[in-house]
Ligand binder design. Structure first.
Ligand SMILES: [Zn+2]
Length: 463
């Protein structure tokens, strides 16, 4: 990786994109703030699933009350700079954080492996307070892309950055980014040094993994720095307000709030032997319906709304300039990968609560731009119950996995996952929605590319 940070250069395969003219910087008496809320995998299928489940089919989500709505084209480039039509969270978060279109897997780095200054880093340099909150490990792709720079998203700690095994597969790591090779270090090492005032989420295990050469963990490296690292939510309000704050409340990602009945997710329809011999014959048995119930593993996990309130409280202390805060509801995506619609729905509920916290904040901080968007589309689809072809005397069923959800009003909503037959579903390539509060009116066009979401936020803050 090139160590030099590239300022104010926005690169896309369609050519150089000139930075938009900045508006007047925030004055001391007129603080400006941006709250960016990312629902990972929060595409229109998930928006609709969330509305049907949380508000009722005739109801409205909090995001539905926001006056600005746009479609965002997700963009990714491959190694040969040709377009790639389905993204991952690393390249899309990097695009939202930097305004640069890049390759899958990259965290805060360009397709040519240059470190890209993020909006959070630029906001800090301009005097804004900054925060990153996520229900994933804070070293995961989305939060990491706002505060660190590595060539591959798996380089989360000082051990794996030198290569090894990840998910039982050989992984080359990011040896050029390792401190022993003169690089900035793993994501965890960069986070403890990052100029971000508040960082809250999971991922403690990456901060307690030691560098195989020095034996030092990221937490040890932070001992000489003005940063408090807490692992108990009760300590959040007692942490030294004169220091940066990192809160890590799970070894990995934070547990999700909901699960399917007895832990069940989507399942494959069961076909008769005759049907296996000839698709026109025999019968099919659909999975039994499930309800969403509390996930016992969630326990006392601090909710995203609570973490957002803590972040906003700290970031507004002695602050006449304003703030940049990114909050991610991470497991809409993660639960869709593992075909658990109830897990995704619980995370959508958390996202809605965060939007309410942001709107309450904006009542007393009127120059606050609130943007809610997604990084990429996901696998879940709402499919007919029963099939459109149920009257035809042929068994018709999904070739994928199906969850038949009993809704709060007793109706059935059927969710399908069918992008592959592997243990983890694929992302999909549709454009994603964007919602914004009244401050976004006139700033956000009805259609924009993902890099332009960054440009709108940077321009609003005068960066
Ligand atoms: Zn994903």
């Amino acid at each position: 990786m090139l160590r030099a940070l590239i300022f104010c250069i926005f690169i896309s395969i369609s050519g150089l994109i000139t930075a938009q003219p900045a508006e007047a910087p925030a004055s001391p008496h007129n603080p400006r703030s941006v709250i960016l809320i990312i629902g990972d995998g929060f595409d229109d299928q998930h928006v609709t699933m969330g509305r049907n489940f949380l508000a009722g089919h005739d109801g409205e989500l909090v995001i539905d009350t926001l006056p600005v709505r746009a479609a965002v084209q997700v963009q990714t480039v491959g190694k040969d700079t040709q377009w790639v039509y389905v993204a991952d969270s690393a390249n899309t978060a990097t695009t939202l954080a930097t305004g640069v279109t890049t390759q899958m897997g990259r965290v805060g780095t360009s397709a040519t492996d240059e470190d890209l200054v993020t909006i959070a880093q630029r906001a800090n340099a301009a005097g804004f307070k900054t925060g990153i909150v996520s229900s994933s490990s804070v070293t995961d792709a989305t939060p990491a892309s706002f505060m660190s720079h590595v060539s591959s998203r798996g380089c989360e700690n000082p051990d794996i950055i030198l290569g090894g095994e990840l998910y039982s597969v050989a992984y080359e790591g990011c040896p050029q980014d390792a401190t022993v090779n003169g690089g900035p270090g793993s994501i965890a090492e960069q986070i403890v040094k990052a100029p971000i005032d508040v960082i809250l989420g999971g991922g403690l295990s990456h901060f307690t993994t030691s560098d195989p050469k020095s034996g030092k963990t990221a937490i040890m490296m932070a001992e000489s720095l003005p940063v408090s690292i807490v692992t108990d939510p009760a300590m959040l309000t007692q942490a030294d307000s004169n220091q940066r704050l990192i809160g890590l409340f799970a070894t990995g990602h934070l547990p999700v709030r909901l699960q399917g009945s007895d832990g069940r997710g989507a399942e494959q329809p069961d076909t008769s032997t005759l049907n296996k011999l000839d698709w026109r014959l025999g019968s099919v048995t659909q999975p039994d319906p499930i309800k969403c119930e509390p996930n016992p593993a969630y326990g006392n996990t601090p909710g995203l709304a609570k973490l957002t309130e803590v972040a906003l409280d700290r970031l507004t202390q002695d602050n006449d300039t304003g703030l940049f805060l990114m909050v991610e509801s991470a497991s809409i995506d993660k639960e869709s990968h593992v075909r658990n619609p109830c897990g995704s729905l619980g995370e959508i509920a958390q996202l809605e609560e965060v939007v309410s916290v942001a709107l309450t904040f904006a009542q007393t901080h009127p120059e606050t731009l609130i943007i809610v968007t997604s990084d990429h589309a996901q696998a879940a689809q709402i499919i007919p119950e029963p099939s459109l072809y149920a009257d035809i005397p042929v068994p018709v069923y999904s070739p994928g996995h199906v969850a038949r959800l009993i809704m709060p009003d007793g109706s059935l909503m059927t969710i399908n996952y069918a992008t592959n037959g592997f243990v983890s579903e694929e992302h999909t390539g549709a454009n994603v929605p964007l919602f914004a509060n009244d401050v976004g009116q006139g700033l956000i066009p009805a259609f924009l590319r993902q890099r332009e979401v960054h440009d709108v936020m940077a321009s609003f803050l005068g960066l």
